[in-house]
Write a protein that binds this ligand. Structure first.
Ligand SMILES: *Cc1c(COP(=O)(O)O)cnc(C)c1O
Length: 490
């Protein structure tokens, strides 16, 4: 019996008119390069008007519309309302800026669109190469392993998971309950929220992530750390891992990493370093001694989308013991079996080194960016940001109406305006208002933090576009806004 083929209209998602899409694409590149080139001339941020919010409540599109219309919509309703972090005066939280060439690299990565879960294809070789470069950059041994991830939070989770799965051999099979033991992790009170969340996810529990007090420099107090470990052991608990900070999110403090490494060696604990941004000072000859001891860690987590200025999302975990890293995650069912030849044949499958199976081509923007600028320039930019922080610190110290509220070891400055005639509550209110005005007037975006119950304007500089004059403008604006608020009765 022969099957009669009916005429069917088969479809695909490619453009009907390639020429038109090509033309639009060229226009997009032109517009976006112009947009980046003129970023300094625009306000850093503006509130989203109600009409624009309404645009994003429209219902699900049933039929398609033209690419040109969609792009026009993007330009009208999306592009004018950015977070602001590509602007030279964005210093909120710890946020990176991206680069034009990095964005183009992401475009190329999307065009090739490989899946980096595994297989023998070029993208995986590029990931291997950039991981080798990262090891070299940060003083990690060349036989260490690693993986690219979405961000520092995932990078901390990954390192802290390898710690658990290595130190508790049976845990992948039995879970924690069957061990009948309570395990403990350690970090300082200044550890990032992602470290706490990781401890929760790993079944350790945030209570058993022991948050050790810090000294006046916001660095972990080593004697208290030792005391807590001793006490926990006496109470029948099993210490597994210490998470050291190379650059805390609040103030950029670096723990005494050598002292932590010594404890880990002595107590047979896993040493993980959260070096989200701070670890990168290792690229600066002048400042690298700040993170000495970091190279003694068992795992090191850091972001490339913060202080390497690459477009979101890109972070890294390096793990010194390749076998431990592999054993923590490898799981190969039949449908993922590796073979000797063809696309299955790769020796190394990144899905064996983490939770993600499908993975995007993150390595390309790293590869292209590092080649574009060379690593020396990144070192210079990191020094430039640290020098800018010191410059700002200095202006503040020389103005009797401004107050520096924390040491500035790295690239973070926490300060406030203090006219000298009001209590803590009033000062907090004044500085909160100043910060909001800075945002709403589109001048600059620092964020805030609270140290010892003081509300502080917090400037964290991981921005390759900032110049010294931007900090002059910041200070002048803080004083001007503050004076306005005071004269209006605040
Ligand atoms: C930003 C940050 C993280 C989290 O990284 P993400 O990329 O935002 O997930 C962790 N630790 C520190 C110290 C950070 O500054």
């Amino acid at each position: 019996m022969t099957v009669k083929l009916e005429t069917v209209n088969e479809e695909n998602l490619d453009p009907k008119d390639w020429l038109q899409t090509t033309k639009l694409g060229k226009q997009m590149v032109e517009d976006m390069m112009q947009y980046l080139k003129t970023v300094r001339e625009r306000k850093i941020w503006q509130p989203i008007p109600t009409e624009v919010r309404e645009e994003f409540r429209r219902s699900l599109p049933l039929d398609g519309m033209s690419q040109q219309e969609i792009y026009d919509d993007f330009k009208k309703h999306i592009l004018p309302y950015p977070m602001g972090n590509i602007h030279p005066r964005f210093w909120g939280w710890v946020i990176g800026t991206g680069t034009p060439f990095g964005a183009l690299a992401d475009f190329l990565a999307s065009i090739m669109n490989p899946n980096q879960g595994g297989g023998e294809h070029i993208a995986n070789h590029i990931e291997t190469q950039v991981l080798d470069w990262f090891k070299e950059m940060l003083g990690y041994p060349s036989d260490a392993s690693g993986i690219l991830l979405s961000g520092g939070s995932m990078a901390n989770l990954l390192g802290m998971t390898v710690a658990r799965n290595t130190k508790i051999e049976s845990v992948r099979e039995t879970g924690l309950i069957e061990t009948g033991k309570q395990f403990t992790y350690y970090s300082s009170v200044e550890a990032h929220s992602s470290v706490v969340k990781a401890a929760e996810l790993l079944g350790i529990g945030s209570k058993y992530l022991r948050k050790i007090p810090v000294d006046e420099n916001f660095e972990i107090i080593i004697s208290k750390l030792e005391e807590q470990i001793k006490q926990d052991k006496e109470n029948g608990m099993i210490p597994l891992c210490i998470v050291g900070n190379a650059g805390t999110v609040n103030t950029g403090a670096v723990d005494d990493l050598n002292a932590i490494a010594d404890i880990c060696e002595r107590e047979n604990l896993w040493f993980h370093v959260d070096g989200a941004f701070g670890s990168l000072v290792h690229l600066s000859e002048k400042y690298k001694s700040m993170v000495k001891g970091m190279e003694r860690s068992d795992s090191l987590a850091f972001d490339a989308h913060k202080w390497l200025f690459m477009p979101y999302e890109i972070a890294v975990t390096l793990v010194k013991d390749r076998k431990a890293h592999y054993q923590a995650f490898v799981y190969t069912p039949e449908y993922l079996a590796h073979a000797d030849r063809g696309v299955h044949s790769a020796d190394l499958w990144y899905s064996d080194y983490g939770l993600q199976l499908s993975r995007g081509f993150r390595s390309l923007k790293v590869w292209m960016s590092l080649k574009e600028h060379g690593i020396k320039k990144y070192g210079r930019l990191i020094e430039q940001n640290i020098n800018q922080a010191k410059y700002l610190e200095n202006i503040i110290n020389n103005n009797d109406r401004l107050e520096n509220m924390a040491p500035v070891p790295m690239n973070i400055v926490c300060f406030r305006m203090n006219p000298g005639d009001r209590d803590q509550v009033a000062l907090n209110k004044l500085n909160e208002e100043i910060l909001i005005e800075l945002h709403e007037r589109g001048i600059a975006v620092p964020s805030y933090t609270t140290l010892n119950n003081n509300y502080l304007i917090r400037v964290a500089i991981t921005n390759h576009r900032s110049e010294l004059s931007d900090f002059d403008l910041l200070v002048a604006s803080v004083l001007e806004i503050g004076d306005e608020l005071i004269s209006s009765g605040m």
